[in-house]
Design a protein. Structure first.
Length: 288
């Protein structure tokens, strides 16, 4: 339940207000940006969406919140250079509701693919939303071929959650990282649902080793970016882990570490949802 509230809170903070639940999404607009080839990034509230638009149908990665489903569908109709026949496949990068809240709305149009732990988590967190469950699950990953694109879906264990997947569009050379990349600041590592800061960093470094230097990256949150920015993000996490690990080894208490702070080089990574204090508390909880 705590994870649901945190991820719902993430969506609220990205909306920027204390609006009532009914009106929270009223002013959200879905914007679409061409990334490369037939791959587009959609932004609204919650996690970034990737869409592959082809004359054989659309593949969508993540689907934000349920109240935005109609606007997301409208935005998808306006992308691509051909008249597409509609949604064909959906991929969930993990279970958090700011990435899967639209599942139940879109499930009638296309099958949902996700790591097997995503299905389990969605069932546990939202037992009344059976339509939101992924219907095709995997352990390590799978490859989907649509039109002339090869979509490589890969599970990376125990980073942000225990069900994380990344999606690589091979021809377009575009990577959707899910929440293994918060371009806008410190990451949220869901320790209650299989997340781990060292595994998170290991997964980021594994992706950096694998993807081409000129890859375009759709992060879970933040603006369209590139490998250079992802490297900066990795260095920040590496520094954070080492700083807090050393402080713990020296016997410093949580309050002493919080007072010490993350250091002036990385204070600017603080943002509304994961500020400096929350990031340090996550590190302390996981590393002590």
């Amino acid at each position: 339940m705590r994870s649901f509230l945190l991820t719902l809170g993430l969506g609220v903070l990205l909306l920027g207000g204390g609006q009532s639940f009914a009106n929270r999404f009223a002013s959200v607009k879905i914007t679409a940006e061409q990334v490369a080839g037939n791959v587009y990034m959609l932004q609204g509230a919650g996690g970034n969406i990737a869409v592959l638009a082809t004359d054989q149908g659309l593949l969508m990665v993540d689907d934000q919140f349920a109240p935005l489903a109609e606007r997301i569908e409208t935005a998808m109709k306006g992308i691509g250079s051909v008249d597409n026949p509609g949604l064909k496949y959906i991929v969930n990068t993990h279970f958090h509701k700011d990435h899967t809240g639209g599942n139940a709305n879109f499930a009638a149009k296309a099958p949902i693919f996700a790591h097997e732990n995503v299905r389990q988590r969605v069932r546990q967190e939202r037992p009344d939303e059976l339509a939101a469950l992924p219907v095709v699950t995997y352990q390590n990953g799978l490859t989907v071929y649509l039109a002339d694109e090869e979509i490589q879906i890969t599970h990376l264990p125990g980073g942000h959650t225990d069900g994380d997947s990344v999606v690589y569009f091979k021809k377009a050379n575009v990577l959707h990282t899910g929440d293994l990349f918060f371009e806008l600041g410190f990451p949220y590592v869901d320790l209650k649902h299989g997340g781990n800061v060292k595994a998170y960093l290991a997964n980021v470094n594994a992706l950096l080793d694998k993807v081409p230097d000129d890859v375009k990256i759709i992060p879970g949150h933040g603006k369209l970016t590139d490998k250079a920015r992802y490297k900066v993000f990795a260095r920040m996490i590496d520094y954070s882990i080492k700083r807090v690990s050393q402080a713990l080894a020296e016997g410093k208490s949580e309050q002493e570490i919080l007072a010490m702070g993350i250091g002036e080089d990385y204070q600017h990574w603080s943002w509304s949802f994961i500020n400096e204090e929350r990031w340090l508390q996550t590190l302390i909880s996981d590393l002590k």
